[in-house]
Design a protein around this ligand. Structure first.
Ligand code: ATP
Length: 795
């Protein structure tokens, strides 16, 4: 049985394992049983074979029988037959001898030996197998023919198995002499041809020459020999007969036992055959079972393989789960550790808190005691508070009454302020003289004279030297009166103090226009903006007005006012509008619809491809400049940035009159809109601060070419401004606003009974500029003579 056959699958279901194990055990048992049966059969067979062989051997060696269970030597049937044959021959001979003893010994000579005696002594007689039939043997053994070795006198004997003398009944040949044949001794020991008388019959004396006597002695010897021989044989025959009987008995016994053995052998052979059949059947059964087992094993192996794969997959999954769980466990452990540490900390904190709690409890007790005392004090104070609250409520009432009265007063103030402004005139003219410059201008060369040196001066004299028709020089003094005349040393603060009242009117909802008019270099820009990078005291009207308005909007927030401010800065050059706040790179976050890039010179500007700003008027009369920037003024810091930007963008061209002379009008407009959340009042107005271009005459400016054209445009627009003012003053039906860009864009803020206008006429004190100064003062006096109705509040 192969080992692989018994080897069970590595992993099976428990029931399959049990059935397989049981089957395996059965098969093993059956196989072992079969093998033992086979072995037993083999043993039996081998024992039978051995018996048979032994019998054969015994038969061959004449010897062994197992009749009594002891091993005995069996005599081969051939030998038995030959011996029986010999015995019968011997018996026959003995009978013959017994019947004719004397004849032989006396009358008949001994037969002539067929072989030379000497040779017979030296060689064994060969045995020749001869088939003989023995009735006795046949009866006993049922063997019909038995091969018996017989002596062959002529051939040398073949070597045969030697049978021990004790067990084998030897066929005694006639005794031969071991000694050499003696010579015929006619004496005591007569020799016949060398043979002894005991071994061979003495030779008969032959021949005619032999003495009778000797011959008779020879015959006597022969007879004697045969007589001795007979006697000996007789004795031997009787002993041999007894031995033969004994032997025959033994043969019978052996035959019987042999018969029995054969029967047993046949039975056993039958048994063996049946056992072999059984073995064959068992073998077949085993083969079938083996095949079934192999099939089942294969099935089980497949199942096992599948289950193994499944198990491997599940194992892999489980490994993954285990890994995940491990990582989870690690994180949980870390958290646990963290929690443990936190818990320890918390325990420490808890202990501290407990201590604190104990202390606090102690404190609490003390505090409670204090509290009780405080409570009594508090009750007292509550009483006092109640009293105070009554007082406060009374005061609140009085405050609200005061607020109401304040608002009323504010209204009254506004009305009064407006009345004052109206009384002062809705168009006013301030005259400002710049100081003489250090270079070229001396005090003696001044053409201006003021009535008194007080700060509240309102008149100004211009003194000119003129020649009459006779050629004599004549001093002509012309006096002008204005709402206010600022002396050359008047500071910016003093100037603005007068202006601030008008700025306040803008916050009160009135449109305001402030012009700076005068010849080039008379101080218009200085008055309106201040010098370049001005310090706080040198700041002009525009930055101060913006600051005032911004701070005033914040102050008025406490009175429920919420203002929105936005600024626009436009330059009018050669009757063309330019946006001075248009550079997006410097004005971050500003919406600039019409970009006006920095323009170099005026001639270059004329070739500029920048989209032109256009003045538009809506149906409701609202006038605006399309595409112009409006910057929301949210912080006071933005004011400075706006002015700087405008200054950077402003066109400056060198003229003969002033190296920084501005040849354009600059109009700064602040759009003011406000709403009072308390009184629900609303205001909306414009504050226009205008730095006009130089008003010098063409002859004095020395302009030619492009510069001449600029001067003409400037003079035209200034003339138009005068026309509008005079038309307003004369209450003419048609006011020529549209004659130039300046008056057209100022239309909402100029005249029409809803604006307040202030003109600064800036003059130079130099004698050289006296004629231009005279012209400017005349124009200003004309404006000052105008009365433009009562301004209406816009809301
Ligand atoms: N009140 C003043 N006090 C001191 N300096 C002044 C005063 N007015 C003008 N100036 C100076 O006189 C010069 C010319 O003034 P400004 O540029 O303001 O004249 P302008 O009329 O604006 O000339 P333009 O028409 O060319 O712009 C400047 O250097 C300025 O600083």
């Amino acid at each position: 049985m192969g080992k692989s056959f018994l080897k069970p699958p590595t992993k099976l279901a428990t029931e399959d394992k049990i059935s397989i194990t049981t089957k395996k055990t059965d098969i093993v048992k059956n196989t072992e049983k079969n093998e033992s049966q086979i072995n037993a059969g083999r043993k039996r067979k081998s024992s039978d074979d051995s018996i048979f062989e032994a019998q054969e051997k015994a038969n061959k060696k004449f010897g062994i029988d197992a009749g009594d269970g002891k091993i005995q030597k069996l005599i081969p049937s051939s030998k038995i037959a030959s011996r029986v044959n010999k015995i019968s021959n011997l018996r026959r001979k003995s009978k013959i001898l017994s019947t004719k003893p004397n004849n032989l010994s006396v009358s008949k000579p001994a037969p002539k030996p067929s072989v030379v005696p000497s040779k017979i002594n030296q060689q064994k007689l060969p045995i020749k197998r001869t088939t003989v039939t023995s009735s006795v043997y046949k009866q006993r053994t049922n063997i019909s023919a038995i091969t018996v070795p017989v002596a062959n006198s002529h051939r040398p004997a073949k070597p045969t198995k030697t049978i021990p003398s004790s067990n084998v009944i030897k066929q005694e040949p006639l005794k031969k002499s071991n000694t050499a044949p003696k010579k015929l001794d006619l004496g005591n020991k007569p020799e016949v041809n060398g043979y002894e008388s005991d071994d061979a019959p003495p030779p008969l004396p032959r021949g005619s020459n032999i003495d009778f006597k000797i011959r008779s002695i020879g015959f006597e010897r022969v007879a004697k020999y045969w007589e001795n021989k007979y006697q000996k044989k007789k004795i031997d025959s009787s002993s041999k007969d007894s031995k033969i009987d004994e032997f025959c008995n033994k043969v019978d016994e052996i035959s019987k036992s042999l018969e029995n053995s054969r029967k047993t052998l046949i039975e056993k052979e039958t048994k063996i055959k049946s056992l072999e059949d059984q073995i064959y059947g068992i073998g077949e059964e085993r083969k079938r079972e083996k095949q079934e087992y192999i099939d089942k094993k294969k099935d089980m192996e497949n199942i096992h393989k599948n289950e193994l794969e499944k198990t491997e997959n599940e194992k892999a999954k489980l490994y993954l789960e285990i890994e995940t769980l491990k990582s989870n466990i690690e994180s949980i452990e870390q958290r646990l550790l963290q929690e443990t540490n936190d818990r320890k900390k918390l325990e420490v904190d808890l202990q501290t808190l407990k201590n604190v709690y104990q202390n606090t409890e102690e404190l609490l007790r003390n505090t409670k005691m204090n509290l009780e005392t405080t409570q009594s004090l508090l009750d007292e104070k509550v009483e006092k508070i109640k009293e105070l609250e009554d007082v406060i409520s009374q005061r609140d009432n009085s405050i609200s009454e005061l607020n109401n009265s304040l608002q009323e007063e504010e209204k009254i103030r506004r009305k009064l302020h407006n009345t004052i402004q109206e009384l002062k005139g809705n168009i006013r003219v301030f005259c400002r003289s710049r100081p003489l410059t250090e270079t070229g201008e001396s005090k003696e060369n001044t053409c201006l004279g003021f009535d008194n040196e007080s700060k509240e001066s309102k008149s100004i004299n211009i003194v000119q030297e003129k020649e009459n028709a006779t050629g004599k020089s004549k001093t002509i003094s012309t006096e002008f009166e204005f709402d206010r005349v600022f002396l050359p040393n008047t500071s910016q603060d003093e100037v603005y103090e007068e202006v601030s009242q008008l700025i306040q009117s803008a916050l009160d909802g009135y449109s305001v226009c402030i012009f700076a008019y005068g010849q080039t270099g008379s101080g218009k820009t200085f008055t309106m903006e201040g010098p370049d990078n001005p310090s706080k005291p040198d700041m002009g009207v525009i930055p101060r007005a913006l600051e005032q308005i911004y701070s005033e909007t914040i102050r008025l927030q406490t009175k429920g006012w919420n203002y929105k401010l936005s600024a626009q800065f436009v330059e009018i050059y050669n009757e063309q509008l330019y946006d001075l706040l248009s550079d997006p790179s410097t004005m971050k976050g500003v919406s600039v619809p019409g970009t006006a890039k920095k323009r170099g010179t005026r001639s270059a500007a004329s070739k500029d491809n920048t989209p032109k700003l256009e003045i538009r008027q809506e149906k409701d009369g609202h006038v605006y400049i399309s595409g112009c920037s409006k910057i929301s003024v949210d912080t006071p810091e933005l004011i400075g940035a706006l002015l700087k930007k405008a200054k950077d963008n402003r066109r400056v061209a060198a003229t003969l009159c002033n190296e920084r002379s501005s040849r354009s009008h600059c109009v700064f407009t602040l759009f003011v809109s406000g709403e009072n959340s308390l009184t629900k009042e609303t205001v909306s107005c414009n504050l226009n601060l205008i730095d006009l271009a130089g008003s010098e005459r063409l002859s004095s400016s020395g302009s030619v070419g492009g510069r001449l054209k600029e001067t003409q445009a400037i003079n035209k627009s200034l003339s138009c401004l005068g026309d509008v003012i005079f038309a307003l003053a004369n209450s003419e039906k048609h006011v020529p606003y549209r004659n130039c860009k300046l008056t057209h864009m100022l239309m909402p803020s100029l005249g029409a009974g809803n604006s307040k206008t202030l003109m600064f006429v800036c003059v130079s004190p130099s004698v050289e500029s006296s004629q231009e100064t005279l012209c400017s003062l005349r124009f200003a006096a004309k404006v000052n003579s105008c009365h433009i109705g009562t301004a209406k509040k816009q809301g």
